[in-house]
Design a binder for this molecule. Structure first.
Ligand code: ATP
Ligand code: MN
Ligand code: MN
Length: 307
């Protein structure tokens, strides 16, 4: 049912050698995944992952004591340089130290050597930082929401986006939920895009209030799904496709075809341990992504949203 796997990565897309300290250190006691397994994982998925982080500011989630220890986001080069991780022009984020981007696959490995487990990225690229090129709809199920309702919610989000003439691409989050990504033309500013994404979510919540909630906070979402539009603001990040998650079980975020939605068992359907079976399929479920970006102008009108 899926299109054929993409061609082998171009030369230069595969990272070179790296010295890994404490390779045997256990990162996730639940699975026994070790630091070296994480480094190897990123070496395997680097060509796939690079497609979606290239030229974007990133946040790195580090877990020096494993997934059960303290974890923290790193957005700047606080602790010295990392091979393959670049500092962006400070003008992109005035009043802050330079933002970071993954310049090459080597950066993913250098990160893993520094105990980075998760890679999160912005919805804009460095050459036009004030014009987001995608919207992220982060489907967060509240407590007591059965998985089938998460699947159904993703389908409903897709239908709404399609009705508005927008594209929708699906990925597992590697955690509890799913992410729906809409590539857009870089014509509008953050305020407009975030406002529109909020309007979309509010539309869903008012049309299907028994299923969706537009307000964050665990108490609001018991038995419901919060479609988090807050991922669409300036400086916000979302776990990128193919990132591993610093959680017990070590789920990974994987692009999937809509035809596969019914067969998914959770947001952590694939993990570091099971990635091998998915590598041949790679990014092919999102093969139409690059050409799918549309202007949101028509969609805003249809929804009755005025920026
Ligand atoms: P799940 O499917 O389990 O919800 P998720 O990656 O969607 O996994 P969320 O808690 O919904 O996790 O968060 C969505 C995104 O928001 C994260 O991927 C992350 O990039 C960003 N985020 C959340 N909390 C923070 C934080 N404290 N600092 C920076 N970014 C954050
Ligand atoms: Mn989420
Ligand atoms: Mn969220």
């Amino acid at each position: 049912r899926l299109p054929p796997a993409q061609d082998a990565p171009a030369a230069g897309q595969q990272p070179g050698p790296l010295k890994v300290t404490h390779p045997e250190r256990v990162v996730d006691p639940a699975t026994g995944v070790k630091k070296l397994d994480v480094v190897r994982y990123y070496a395997r998925v680097a060509p796939l992952l690079m497609e979606y982080v290239k030229d974007r500011p990133v946040a790195l989630l580090r877990a020096p004591d494993g997934v059960e220890g303290q974890r923290f986001f790193q957005k700047h080069l606080d602790t010295g340089s990392m091979d393959g991780i670049e500092e962006l022009d400070p003008a992109l984020h005035e009043g802050h130290p330079p933002l970071l981007a993954i310049a090459s696959p080597q950066g993913l490995l250098a990160g893993a050597q520094m105990n980075v487990i998760e890679y999160h990225s912005w919805n804009a690229r460095k050459d036009r930082i004030l014009r987001p090129d995608r919207m992220t709809f982060d489907l967060d199920p509240g407590d007591q929401v059965p998985w089938e309702q998460v699947q159904e919610a993703a389908q409903l989000v897709r239908v709404l986006l399609q009705e508005l003439g927008l594209a929708a691409f699906l990925k597992t989050s590697g955690g509890k939920g799913l992410h729906v990504i809409t590539p857009i033309k870089r014509l509008h500013d953050w305020e407009t895009v975030k406002g529109f994404s909020r309007a979309l979510v509010q539309h869903l919540a008012s049309t299907l209030p028994q299923r969706f909630v537009a307000k964050s906070g665990p108490r609001n979402r018991v038995g419901k799904i919060f479609v988090d539009y807050l991922r669409n603001g300036f400086g916000a990040t979302t776990a990128c496709a193919w990132t591993a998650r610093a959680r017990p079980g070590m789920g990974i975020s994987v692009p999937v075809a809509w035809s596969e939605l019914d067969s998914l068992t959770s947001g952590a359907h694939w993990t570091i341990r099971t990635v091998e079976q998915r590598l041949a399929i790679g990014n092919s479920p999102w093969s139409g992504y690059a050409k799918a970006a549309t202007s949101i102008t028509g969609a805003m009108k249809k929804l009755g949203f005025r920026p």
